[in-house]
Design a protein around this ligand. Structure first.
Ligand SMILES: [Zn+2]
Length: 127
């Protein structure tokens, strides 16, 4: 899939959220999603011994809260925006059920790629 200018803007949006809001051990990842209408929804994860929540889950909930509609593309960043992070397995299942046609931006932050959710490379560890 081709990286569009709007995809690059989405990466920048996620990186900006990470830089501003991921400043403690409680929030380490930021996700930003774009809807088919071009709206951007973002969120950060919540780290807690009871389980917390992934940034992607927060984004899905936020999109529902804002009645933002169908999410088309999502990206998650870590390390205060210096790293793109693929969704974890539970998130992939959750995202696939909510948005089967979802595009995911992955890869090195300096050379990101867009892939269908079903083709996201598996990662072993997520910070
Ligand atoms: Zn997850």
């Amino acid at each position: 899939m081709t990286m569009r200018d709007t995809d690059r803007a989405l990466v920048q949006a996620a990186r900006a959220v990470a830089k501003l809001r991921c400043r403690s051990a409680a929030h380490t990842l930021a996700a930003a999603a774009r809807t088919v209408d071009g709206r951007i929804v973002s969120g950060v994860n919540v780290v807690h011994p009871t389980g917390g929540a992934c940034a992607e889950v927060v984004v899905v909930g936020t999109a529902a809260t804002q009645n933002a509609g169908e999410v088309e593309t999502i990206v998650t960043v870590g390390d205060r925006g210096r790293l793109l992070v693929a969704p974890c397995d539970p998130c992939r299942r959750l995202l696939a059920e909510h948005f089967p046609a979802l595009r995911v931006i992955v890869g090195p932050v300096e050379a990101p790629q867009v892939v269908p959710l079903t083709e996201v490379p598996t990662v072993v560890d997520v910070p």
